[in-house]
Design a protein around this ligand. Structure first.
Ligand code: BTN
Length: 340
C-alpha cells in the first residue's frame, strides 16, 4: 500500500505537478492520471494541489471529472520558479532559494569556504534579508516579498588583479536587464550602482577570497529594488532610492527579472573572461551616469577631481584633469554640480 507523504515529499510532488501542467497549459489533467503518473495516492494529489494554491499558483479545476490545468504562477523566488525556462548554461543552474536569511552573501561565503566542490555559478536567493549588507559597512534594505537578494558564487580562472572589474561588468548586466523591462531609463554610476531616473535601484557587493596568484572564489552580491511600493523606503534612503515598480507603475515578476539577469550576467561574464571589458565599453558608455560630468572621487585618503571621459578595459574610470589624464581603480564618486 502507498504511504502517506511527508511534508518534503508533498512539496516535491507539488513542484512536479506544476511543472507537468504548466508545460501543457491548454490541457486539463485528471487528478487520477497525475496520481498514476507520480505513483502516489489520489489524496496526495489533492493535498499537493492545495499546497500549490497556498503558494499562490492559480489553477483551474473542473469539478465534473476532477481535472485541473494551469492559469498563472505567483511572484515567488522558489527554485522551481527560478529554474523554469532558465536559459543559462551554468550561472544559476544550481540554486539555493531561501525564504528569510541574514545575508545571502554570508551564506554564499560560508558555502564556498566550507565546500570546495560547490559548483561555479551557484546562486543563493532569499525572499527577505534581516541583515542585508551594503558596501562600506552600510546595510541593504531587504524587506520580504518585494526585492531580489542574490549572491553568485564564481570560481574564475583569471588572476586576482582582474577581480575588481567584475562589479562594473555586473552593473552592465543589470542595466541590460532593467532596460528590457523599463526601456531608456537605466544608468550605471561607476563603480557599481544602478540608477533609474537618477535614483538607486540596485547595488552590488563583490567579495573576494584569493591567494597571491589564484582566486579561491568570488561572491557577487546583488540587491535589486523591484516591487517596493512608492513611499516604503526608510527615511535614510527615501530621497535616494527607487524601485522598478515606482517608475513602471506596476509590479514585475521577480523570477522573470532574475532569469533575464542571470542570462545577461552569463553573457557579460563570458566576454569578461576572454577580454575583460574591451567588448563592453561601448555599451557601458551608453548607460553611463557619469560620462562627461565633473566629479570628485574619494579613493582611500585621496581626493581626486576631474572630468569623466570613459572607462578602461579593467573597469577603472578615466578622468581628464588640467594637465593630464588619469585612471582611478576604485572609490566613492560625487558629482561636482557647479562645474557640470
Ligand atoms: C551597495 O550598493 O551598497 C551594495 C548592496 C548589495 C546588496 C546585496 S543583497 C544580496 C547580497 N547580500 C547582502 O547581504 N548584500 C548583497
Amino acid at each position: 500500500m502507498k504511504k502517506k507523504l511527508s511534508h518534503v515529499q508533498l512539496k516535491l510532488l507539488a513542484e512536479k505537478i506544476i511543472l507537468t501542467i504548466r508545460n501543457n497549459d491548454k490541457k486539463f489533467f485528471s487528478q487520477k492520471s497525475l496520481a498514476k503518473r507520480f505513483k502516489v495516492k489520489f489524496e496526495n494529489i489533492t493535498s499537493a494541489t492545495e499546497l500549490l494554491t497556498e503558494w499562490g499558483y492559480k489553477l483551474k479545476f473542473n469539478s465534473k471529472d476532477k481535472s485541473l490545468n494551469f492559469l498563472s504562477s505567483p511572484d515567488i523566488l522558489s527554485d522551481t520558479e527560478i529554474k523554469y525556462k532558465l536559459k543559462t548554461k551554468v550561472i544559476g543552474q544550481n540554486v539555493l532559494a531561501y525564504n528569510r536569511v541574514k545575508s545571502t552573501n554570508d551564506i554564499a561565503s560560508t558555502m564556498a569556504m566550507a565546500k570546495a566542490k560547490v559548483p561555479h555559478g551557484t546562486i543563493i536567493t532569499a525572499n527577505e534579508q534581516t541583515r542585508g549588507r551594503g558596501r562600506l559597512g552600510r546595510s541593504w534594505h531587504s524587506p520580504p516579498g518585494s526585492g531580489i537578494y542574490l549572491s553568485i558564487i564564481l570560481k574564475p580562472r583569471f588572476s586576482p588583479d582582474k577581480a575588481p572589474g567584475i562589479s562594473i561588468m555586473t552593473a552592465l548586466a543589470l542595466a541590460e536587464t532593467i532596460n528590457e523591462f523599463l526601456p531608456g531609463k537605466v544608468q550605471i554610476k561607476w563603480p557599481n550602482d544602478v540608477f533609474i531616473n537618477g535614483k538607486k535601484t540596485s547595488g552590488i557587493l563583490t567579495e573576494l577570497s584569493a591567494e597571491k596568484n589564484k582566486i579561491n572564489y568570488l561572491i557577487v552580491g546583488i540587491g535589486i529594488n523591484v516591487n517596493q511600493p512608492p513611499g516604503s523606503f526608510p527615511d535614510e534612503i527615501k530621497e535616494t532610492a527607487t524601485s522598478i515598480r515606482k517608475v513602471l507603475r506596476k509590479k514585475t515578476n521577480r523570477a522573470d527579472l532574475l532569469k533575464s539577469f542571470l542570462l545577461n550576467f552569463e553573457k557579460e561574464y563570458d566576454l569578461y573572461c576572454k577580454n575583460q571589458l574591451s567588448d563592453s565599453l561601448k555599451r557601458l558608455k551608453k548607460y553611463s551616469y557619469l560620462q562627461d560630468k565633473h566629479v570628485r572621487i574619494i579613493s582611500g585618503n585621496e581626493k581626486i577631481d576631474g572630468k569623466v571621459i570613459g572607462l578602461s578595459s579593467d573597469g577603472s574610470i578615466i578622468l581628464e584633469q588640467k594637465k593630464e589624464t588619469i585612471s582611478v581603480a576604485s572609490g566613492e564618486v560625487t558629482i561636482d554640480v557647479q562645474k557640470t
